[in-house]
Write a protein that binds this ligand. Sequence first.
Ligand code: GRF
Length: 203
Amino acid sequence: MLKIAVLVSGGGSNLQSIIDDINSGALNCTIEYVISDRIGAYGIERAKKAGIKTIELDRKELKSDLSNTILGLVKGKVDLIVLAGYLSIISGDILKEFKNRIINIHPSLIPSFCGQGMYGIKVHEAVLEYGCKIAGCTVHLVDEGTDTGAIIIQKVVEVKEDDSSEVLQKRVLEQEHKALPEAISYFADEKITIEGRQIKIKK
Ligand code: GRF
């Protein structure tokens, strides 16, 4: 069975969607660790409630050693690393050791509204500012860049004329909670083939 580590920085609602889908039998994998890059992330509480091993790291203390510390914790222990609302940049050897085995959820339709500094509510503010008619989320492979890896799944929502950034964020988050477990299931069920930037999913 697919073993995963989930990395969080905040509330962990995406982590919760993975936990819920495992518990319902919809998702066939085990969460070996939940790791946060900041002490007190609520996602850690969610993991503890679910009986999952948790590791709280402090990105301010570890600085450029953060990614290597995580590599040391998960190497040989998990098959896939899932960034679920994780805000630190992944860099160094972990990208080689886990090539094509780190995925991230981003709250926009990449390549729009992504990259350095584009996270959280800022994404939705930019979508509204631009006057987009659709928005959505993307699950992608993590590579050396920021939000630049090959795309695995995207889900689209309508932008309504009276949307606030908070209302739009909530609508997108509902789709994130479907997209991330679905992307993990493709790995669990070995349905993914990766050819450069083209990711094909066996039906
Ligand atoms: C979500 O919008 C996610 O796309 C982004 O972080 C936000 C919070 O996620 N990466 P969560 O509730 O902590 O899972």
